[in-house]
Design a binder for this molecule. Structure first.
Ligand SMILES: *Cc1c(COP(=O)(O)O)cnc(C)c1O
Length: 495
């Protein structure tokens, strides 16, 4: 049976999976959602014997129904290969009674790789299916992490090019080095003299420039986005929850159909929404525990039913969760509004105009699967330190937010259900904060030296992603003013 996707702002919009992937966002500004979440059609016993790639196929084929078996298998094989440093792709580590699902074994050692390594392939297949003859040009503004993960995913993928804009003085030295050393003839990295918002607005303006669009179409190019609201990023994220559950069963850690909790360090609400979809597919998940840092908009939302972004933006040691508008939440809002686009539209309008909205008590009742918690900077650092001191396992700052929230949840509820914690980044990606949390001196030490010390004390090898940039050659050195971004795009595409 074919599955179609609707826009959260206009239920009458109905597109195939490949069209949703190509478009990214619906023209009405809505996000694409499946008409109904499909169920898993393989047994747990079968899943228990599957590799990550086989699990990916079993899950994704239910969502991407207009892909042929061969197309989907090919995308999966190209994505989950030796770019990952372990054959399990997403291993589970048991520490202090919880199961840490390590989602950071890909090219950029953070969980964005789980989806961005397959999105380029899903996109080129989608283009072929929809008779798009042009080359796909991915345009991205980044504050650091997403840019590198998208570059790594799209590098040398035939039929695509990728252009990344980053604020020249607004990313960490390691993040910048990661990007400007990116290989691949189809990659283009540009620093801008401005901040992240300038880069973001510049990209939006380029997307909205109709005469540029026509000019580039004539030259054989079409813009697209690798943004986290693309359904092609969400669907691959469902896979690892199913995989983790099947592994726990296969390893005898849980019995058949035993419920587990899932804790997810959350920013844009994509990762936890994938866990929610996994639950709706039939995976026995009990609570979805949404962990926030000091930017605790989501915690307040689950507490009160009011989403309010009118507050001070906090810079924390878990920067990938420093977000006040969690874009993917709109998908959940649409669902708990019984897929009523009118209700969703008015709430999203309120968010744009007043910066806040309030859901009805009936909608709130449908959130009982979720539990919101948060950890402040001190609690997060303490979580890293205590886990290290008790069992020698080192987690990154984002995962630590989840770990700390899980501790608070257990205290508050007494719930002893077995629990999977999504571990979203390698501690080597946030070495400085991690070493500080452990109580190691960091002043006057560069990040590579810190990585070597972290390796010694954790017994974990410095990941390839860090080793590589230590000595890598700078391949991109273009820096432009904000008003020169459009020209830079043209310069790269039309030689
Ligand atoms: C992006 C990111 C998150 C937040 O994930 P969302 O899907 O945006 O909620 C958490 N941790 C790390 C390390 C990330 O890169």
């Amino acid at each position: 049976m074919d599955l179609f996707y609707n826009s959260t702002r206009d239920s009458k919009v109905r597109v195939t999976a490949s069209q949703a992937i190509l478009q990214g966002l619906s023209e009405d500004g809505g996000l694409f959602v499946p008409e109904a979440v499909p169920s898993l059609d393989v047994s747990l016993k079968e899943l228990a014997g599957m590799t990550y790639q086989e699990t990916a196929y079993a899950v994704m084929r239910r969502f991407l129904t207009d892909f042929t078996d061969e197309e989907l298998k090919d995308c999966i094989a190209k994505a989950y290969d030796s770019k990952f440093d372990l054959p399990q792709i997403a291993p589970l580590v048991k520490a202090e009674g919880a199961y840490y699902l390590e989602l950071f074994h890909g090219a950029t050692i953070a969980f964005k790789d789980m989806a961005l390594s397959i999105l380029p392939h899903l996109m080129t297949v989608s283009a072929r299916k929809n008779q798009v003859k042009q080359e796909i040009v991915i345009l991205t503004a980044t504050s650091g992490d997403t840019g590198k993960a998208a570059l790594a995913g799209f590098a040398d993928v035939p039929g695509t090019r990728i252009i990344v804009f980053y604020p020249k003085d607004g990313v960490s030295p390691i993040q910048e080095k990661q990007m400007v050393t990116q290989k691949g003839d189809n990659t283009f990295v540009v620093g801008i003299r401005g901040n992240f918002d300038d880069a973001q607005s510049g990209v939006k303006a380029i997307f909205g420039d109709m005469s540029l669009k026509e000019e580039l179409a004539a030259a054989g190019f079409q813009f697209s986005s690798a943004n986290s609201i693309n359904i092609g990023r969400l669907v691959p994220q469902i896979v690892y929850y199913v995989y983790a559950y099947a592994r726990l069963f296969a390893d005898g850690e849980i019995s058949e159909n035993e419920p587990v909790n899932v804790v997810v360090p959350t920013g844009n609400f994509g990762n936890i929404l994938a866990a929610y979809y996994a639950k709706q597919m039939g995976l026995p998940i009990k609570k979805l525990i949404c962990a926030s840092n000091d930017n605790k908009v989501l915690y307040d939302f689950f507490q009160t039913g009011c989403y309010d972004k009118n507050r001070e933006f906090m810079l924390t040691s878990s920067p990938s969760m420093d977000i006040l508008i969690s874009s993917n939440l709109e998908r959940l809002i649409y669902q708990i509004a019984d897929q009523d686009d009118e209700t969703n539209r008015s709430l999203m309008r309120a968010l744009t105009e007043q910066g806040r909205y309030e859901i009805t008590p009936a909608m709130e009742e449908k959130l009982s699967d979720f539990y919101g918690g948060y950890g402040d900077e001190k609690e997060t650092a303490a979580a890293i330190r205590s886990l290290y001191e008790s069992v020698g396992y080192v987690i990154d700052t984002h995962t630590a937010v989840a770990s700390c929230v899980y501790g608070k949840y257990q205290k508050a509820t007494g719930d002893e259900t077995k629990t999977v914690i999504a571990s979203t980044a390698s501690p080597f990606k946030f070495t400085r904060s991690v070493m500080e949390a452990i109580g190691e001196p960091v002043d006057g030490t560069d990040d590579f030296e810190l990585a070597d010390r972290l390796s010694k004390l954790s017994g974990v090898q410095v990941p390839k992603a860090v080793e590589e940039i230590r000595t890598a050659e700078v391949l991109h050195n273009t820096v432009v003013n904000v008003d020169e971004m459009k020209q830079a795009v043209k310069g790269f595409l039309v030689k």
